[in-house]
Design a binder for this molecule. Structure first.
Ligand SMILES: *Cc1c(COP(=O)(O)O)cnc(C)c1O
Length: 377
């Protein structure tokens, strides 16, 4: 039951909410620092609103914990960090579009470059704005996405050096399967590392300082010490998934809004995919796929209410889903259920059950779900 009278702050809260456990985030951050050594810089990827956790709160906690910089996908996300008072460097992981360049300069963001044309465009714009823009050179060593081919790295580094309005502040690559422990994948990552080493060496041999050298995502932080270089960029690890010893940062909750006793043979939800095998009690949970609870969790996932797990039955709807409470007398109307995280199984388990990855689960928790910051303890 909500407190009576209801505090004004709750008046627009609704049912579904995501508790963001910043204390867990900070613990995960310390774990990374201990692993890679405090002398290494940490870049915190806060793209997609910090994997759905809320970029402002995560960025502020990161800075307190000792983060050096941030990475976002695009200029909107970067500008929002600046608006929230974040002064640390902000890398733009995705390709900046030509019309975004003025905003990049205005917000002092750091684009990644991987071709001659774009380096020239940035230099021209920076010169016109009478500023010197930092850039990081991205080399594709086997991810097959953004980045120049390795043999072009020196040419691009020389081009950046010749641009009087650019600063070559860093050099990076990205791994394709550093999180896999399969022998062939370990070997592939080692080949990516060797290729990157070679490219960085050739930049140095040309008399150019590659700046901050970085490569490691979460998988490489855990499994490939040779890829740690000057800075690491773990995302999912900091949010508490995929690796031993980390704690999930997000906990998703919703309320039971309706209870009813049903007879054996009663169907539940769209398509009547579930039928009661005996008389039972059904609870309606006010959360659905529009909040980011995957529809594929229908008839598969269990939610945590007052110390026990109860199965989701019938299809997950847009705004509701149903739980089979059996003959439990422990659940009351308005009770809070934990969908994942906290005392319940985490988004990682929900992801494997629904055929996806925890990244997608937390990113998909929608805008209408308020994020509630918890500092813990
Ligand atoms: C998202 C991203 C990361 C972080 O990846 P995780 O798997 O979450 O650790 C690092 N580097 C780049 C370029 C990325 O796009």
């Amino acid at each position: 039951m909500p407190p009576n009278p209801v505090p004004a702050i709750m008046a627009y809260m609704g049912s579904a909410r995501a508790i963001i456990h910043l204390d867990n985030f900070v613990e995960n951050f310390k774990l990374v620092q201990e692993r890679v050594g405090r002398e290494r810089l940490v870049c915190v990827p806060v793209k997609a609103d910090a994997y759905g956790h809320g970029a402002e709160a995560i960025a502020k906690a990161s800075l307190k914990a000792g983060a050096y910089c941030f990475a976002v996908a695009d200029i909107k996300e970067g500008a929002l960090l600046r608006k929230n008072g974040i002064k640390a460097p902000v890398l733009l992981f995705s390709q900046v579009l030509p019309w975004e360049i003025p905003g990049v300069i205005k917000n002092n963001l750091t684009p990644l470059v991987s071709d001659l044309d774009f380096i020239q465009m940035l230099d021209d714009a920076a010169r016109a704005a009478k500023t010197r823009l930092p850039v990081h050179l991205k080399i594709d060593t086997g991810m097959g996405r953004m980045g120049c081919i390795p043999t072009q790295a020196v040419e691009l580094a020389e081009k950046i050096s010749s641009c009087t309005s650019l600063k070559h502040e860093g050099t990076l690559t990205h791994f394709s399967c550093a999180d896999s422990s399969a022998a062939a994948d370990i070997e592939y990552t080692e080949r990516q590392i060797a290729c990157f080493d070679e490219a960085v060496k050739s930049i140095r041999a040309a008399g150019i300082d590659p700046g901050i050298v970085h490569a490691a995502n979460s998988g490489a932080v855990c499994q490939h010490p040779k890829a740690w270089y000057d800075m690491v960029r773990p995302g999912i690890l900091l949010y508490g998934y995929n690796f031993d010893g980390v704690k999930p940062v997000m906990e998703l909750r919703a309320n039971i809004v309706h209870l009813k006793q049903i007879k054996k043979g009663t169907h539940i939800s769209y398509g009547r995919t579930w039928t009661a095998e005996k008389d039972t009690k059904i609870g309606v949970l006010q959360i659905g796929y529009a909040d980011g609870l995957p529809r594929q969790a229908s008839n598969k996932w269990k939610v945590y209410i007052g110390g026990s797990l109860y199965p989701l039955v019938g299809r997950v709807c847009m705004d509701q889903c149903m739980v089979d409470l059996g003959d439990s007398s422990d659940v009351s109307r308005w009770d809070e259920a934990v969908i994942f995280g906290g005392p319940a199984p985490g988004a990682g388990e929900l992801a494997s059950l629904t055929g996806t990855i925890p990244y997608e689960i937390t990113c998909n928790i929608s805008k209408r779900v308020p994020r509630e910051i918890s500092e813990g303890r």
